[in-house]
Design a protein around this ligand. Structure first.
Ligand SMILES: *Cc1c(COP(=O)(O)O)cnc(C)c1O
Length: 447
């Protein structure tokens, strides 16, 4: 038995489910998670010394791949000077300067320790600033695990939202309204009824927690104008998209300016960091200037910010990096579709820059959570395990987005395509009956 299997057994006796974040347990695909020994460029090495090409990239932060030399060198320089002081440091000002320079809608920024903290604090700030309680979020968008945001789906659009987790009193989510992603009419209906009570809309400008769903053409501009009309705030949760799809955020790609922006993942370069920022008048409502309390013992930690700042500086110094990443991602997805086609596996892909989604479906566009949920899960599981067996790691859930880093070379992508070809061949040869039965279901539930 492998070291990972043994360790997972032991872990389960002393850590709930054996993991410190649920999706790591492979519940969505079955099987046993592997334990990581190290990472290097596009590769992960597990405890049994098996190497994997990694398309998870720590769930987004590692846009430069694992253990990028510049990031590691910066850390090696900073660490000997102490690990944190709970007092102001120069690097916090440098980080704030860089963020406000790269994302102009952010006039002031506060550092925190995770994406969850960023969104939770931004919501509190929006409520404090507007003096309103309700917020609107979208089905399938994830904004961390704080109480009022842990809601995906009300049983009807305008009914009170049901918490996704035990331990969240319904009273805590009664102010959370939910609409389907990309459905502006649903948003208009909700605002017609509750508009004057809504503090903010919070949205992932490109949904990255229900696979990969870009916004439809008018969706974000319409959210902006609805917020303006009702004097509600627009919060972009760019925890994934910030510095992933562009050096200036998804907001620059779609040319829609939010009032507040939440950041995380890439700005920590692999260490725990989050941030939220935006309009000056709003940010000045924060303590110690204003009446909205927010704090953190480890916030602005110099080691974490060193990794983040080094990552951002590498990105800033090589502006062609985003085009290269997008090109590599498009190549990979187009070839993947060609291979799937050869073996008659219905497959659709979506991407923005280097964040991508693979959908086992006959549809050629996916706009919302319900459509993702209709995709063929069995095909996804076979694909996941087929790749894993051949040393390729994609997220262990059909609802997660994939990432390509600057360390993913053409040969790494081609190796993945070869592996996919072998899997599609098998899926086609041995499992046609099961596949076509599932496809019928998928087609029936289309739109
Ligand atoms: C990951 C993520 C979060 C939560 O960040 P954590 O660091 O895991 O707390 C929030 N919003 C989005 C869009 C995310 O992808």
């Amino acid at each position: 038995m492998g070291h990972s299997t043994n360790l997972f057994k032991k872990a389960q006796t002393i850590i709930p489910g054996g993991v410190n974040s649920p999706v790591r347990a492979f519940k969505g695909v079955g099987g046993t998670p592997f334990f990581i020994k190290s990472g290097n460029g596009p590769y992960l090495i597990d405890l049994d010394n098996k190497q994997y090409i990694d398309y998870v990239c720590s769930w987004g932060p590692l846009i430069l791949g694992h253990a990028h030399p510049t990031v590691i060198a910066a850390l090696n320089k900073t660490i000997p000077q102490g690990l944190g002081y709970g007092a102001p440091t120069e690097i916090e000002v440098e980080m704030a300067e860089l963020i406000t320079q790269l994302i102009p809608s952010i006039k002031k920024v506060r550092m925190v320790n995770s994406g969850t903290e960023a969104t939770q604090s931004a919501i509190r700030l929006a409520r404090g600033f507007t003096g309103r309680n309700k917020i609107l979020k979208f089905q399938g968008c994830y904004h961390g695990h704080s109480d009022s945001l842990l809601v995906k789906s009300g049983s009807g659009l305008l009914t009170f939202s049901i918490p996704d987790s035990l331990g969240v009193p319904a009273e805590f989510t009664q102010h959370t309204l939910v609409a389907p992603f990309n459905d502006i009419q649903a948003v208009q209906r909700i605002f017609a009824q509750f508009g004057e009570e809504i503090a903010a809309i919070i949205v992932e400008p490109i949904a990255g927690n229900m696979n990969c769903i870009p916004p439809l053409a008018d969706f974000l501009p319409n959210l902006r104008s609805i917020c303006d009309q009702y004097k509600s705030l627009l919060i972009f949760d760019e925890v994934i998209t910030g510095f992933r799809v562009s050096l200036h955020g998804a907001q620059s790609l779609y040319n829609v300016i939010p009032d507040l922006t939440c950041l995380g993942k890439i700005i920590g370069g692999g260490l725990p960091v989050g941030a939220f920022g935006g309009r000056q008048d709003i940010m000045e409502y924060l303590a110690p200037l204003g009446p909205v309390y927010q704090a953190g013992t480890l916030s602005g930690n110099p080691i974490a910010l060193t990794a983040g700042l080094a990552t951002l500086q590498v990105l800033q110094q090589s502006p062609q990096v985003y085009q290269d990443l997008a090109k590599a991602t498009q190549y990979f997805l187009e070839e993947l579709k060609v291979v799937a086609n050869q073996y008659s596996i219905p497959l659709h892909t979506q991407s923005v820059g280097s964040m991508f989604g693979i959908f086992f479906t006959q549809k050629n566009s996916i706009h919302n959570y319900d459509q993702v949920a209709c995709c063929n899960l069995e095909n996804f599981k076979q694909f996941f395990h087929g790749l894993l067996n051949q040393g390729i790691y994609i997220a262990p859930s059909a609802f997660e987005v994939g990432f390509i880093s600057t360390a993913h070379s053409q040969s790494v992508l081609d190796q993945t395509l070869e592996a996919a070809k072998r899997i599609f061949f098998q899926m086609n040869g041995y499992d046609t009956s099961a596949t076509s039965a599932l496809l019928e279901v998928d087609t029936l539930s289309a739109e």
